[in-house]
Design a protein around this ligand. Structure first.
Ligand code: PLP
Length: 419
């Protein structure tokens, strides 16, 4: 870091300020967590200098023997962790992993059945703004209006009517467990591939806090930087007979050279995810989400589906008369980072939204538990309800910010020497 400060004080200042932001404010973004210092060390290493197009033992560049070892370790550790037949650790991100999965399993123009974006699906599940909606023919399933859970009968009806080449389950803001066996049955009935996009919950699978999709899916795509606490990046798990197709779809179809520093950091994260400590973290993350959600309910906020089984909840704020955008801004003023989120059948535009999404991987990795979750729920209740632009509202936000400082001050995400 001394070299960076000397060479480029402007960027050094960004890094220092961002450490401060992460340490001094409360991180409730459901797709984030804190990586370990060991993961950061691998990411900031000279492996970033190495080109390694291809796969271990079959590279298009010389000098790859050492990075081969890193990639082999990453693959073997991921196979062990997830009891998987094949793993590709090269995707640069979750979206790149999905591009490769589409390329391996479908042809442009094929029908793909996936959860609609307004109901919690991801852009790569058929949005017109994304390759998935431009190059494929997306059919969207929705949430059942009364339970706000996946309507498996509707998924089956749509599958029978449209005969998709691929069915996708897994979402960005769905708080409940997904019945993978049911999706498998539907996929088998219509001869479709089943792609599970486990980007959000793969860390909980690794920590044995939620059921694994591995026995049911043809292909699983995931990110490594969310609850899994690895570097920013993606991965693909698949059955052995699809291994070659998946590998060719990642390289050379979707990507060029892998980021070997990120691959090494993934190996570190997979090793950490196999420990009892990580299991403790994953299970506590789910318990914390449940307690936080119960606390928010007591504050007059309605959790979509009535609660959560995972690391996240979507909170409908309409009973309070506050939009998601307003709630996000009020929380930000109090030092609480969360994001606005549409609720199912939301009458508001996505840029406004009627709800917020909260997640507990970050605060759990800092060591917070049920007691802090209850305190945070009360804080959010006050901030969202009373933190309006009036002088009284501003006073509420200032008081809340001081309380946030007290909470996060007791749980520093990194020991000082790694900063
Ligand atoms: N799939 C799902 C379900 C996600 O939630 C996300 C990211 O939020 C992605 C894919 C894309 O991951 P990335 O942002 O790494 O491209």
């Amino acid at each position: 870091f001394a070299a960076l400060e000397r060479e480029d004080p402007e960027i050094a200042a960004v890094l220092v300020d961002e450490v401060g932001r992460q340490r001094d404010t409360l991180q409730l973004i459901a797709s984030e967590s804190f990586t370990s210092p060991a993961v950061l060390a691998a990411l900031g290493s000279t492996l970033a200098n190495k080109y390694a197009e291809g796969y271990p033992g079959q590279r298009y560049y010389g000098g790859c023997a050492l990075v081969d070892r890193a990639e082999q370790l990453a693959v073997e550790r991921a196979k062990d962790l997830f009891a998987a037949e094949h793993v590709n650790v090269q995707p640069h991100s979750g979206a790149s992993a999905n591009l490769a999965a589409y390329a391996a399993l479908a042809e442009p123009g094929d029908v793909v059945l996936a959860m609609g974006l307004p109901h919690g699906g991801h852009l790569t599940h058929g949005s017109k703004a994304n390759f998935s909606g431009k190059w494929f023919h997306p059919i969207a399933y929705r949430l059942e209006p009364s339970t706000e859970e996946i309507d498996y009968d509707e998924v089956r009806d749509l599958a029978l009517a449209h005969r998709p080449k691929m069915i996708i389950c897994g979402a960005t803001s769905y708080p409940r467990l997904i019945d993978f066996a049911r999706f498998r049955e539907i996929a088998d009935e219509v001869g479709a591939y089943l792609l599970v996009d486990a980007a959000h919950f793969i860390g909980l699978v690794a920590g044995r806090a939620v059921p694994s999709p591995v026995p049911h899916a043809d292909v699983i795509t995931a990110t490594t930087h969310k609850a899994l606490r690895g570097p920013r990046g993606g991965m693909i798990i698949c059955r052995g007979e699809l291994a070659r197709r998946i590998d060719k779809a990642v390289f050379p179809f979707a990507q060029g050279g892998p980021m070997m520093h990120a691959v090494a950091a993934k190996a570190v994260a997979f090793r950490e995810a196999g420990t009892p400590e990580f299991r403790g973290y994953a299970n506590q993350t789910v318990r914390n989400a449940r307690v936080l959600t119960e606390g928010l309910t007591a504050e007059g906020m309605r959790p979509v589906t009535g609660g959560t089984d995972t690391h996240l909840a979507v909170i409908d704020l309409r009973d309070l008369g506050v939009t998601g955008r307003e709630a996000e801004a009020r929380c930000a003023s109090a030092g609480i980072a969360l994001n606005k989120n549409p609720v199912p059948y939301d009458p508001e535009r996505p840029a406004v939204a009627s709800g917020v999404r909260i997640g507990t991987p970050s605060v759990t990795s800092q060591g917070m538990r049920e007691g802090e979750m209850r305190q945070i729920a009360q804080l959010i209740g006050r901030v969202v309800r009373d933190g309006a632009g009036t002088p009284a509202g501003q006073a509420v936000l200032r008081e809340a910010a001081a309380e946030v400082s007290g909470i996060v001050g007791a749980f520093p995400p990194y020991p000082l020497e790694t900063e």
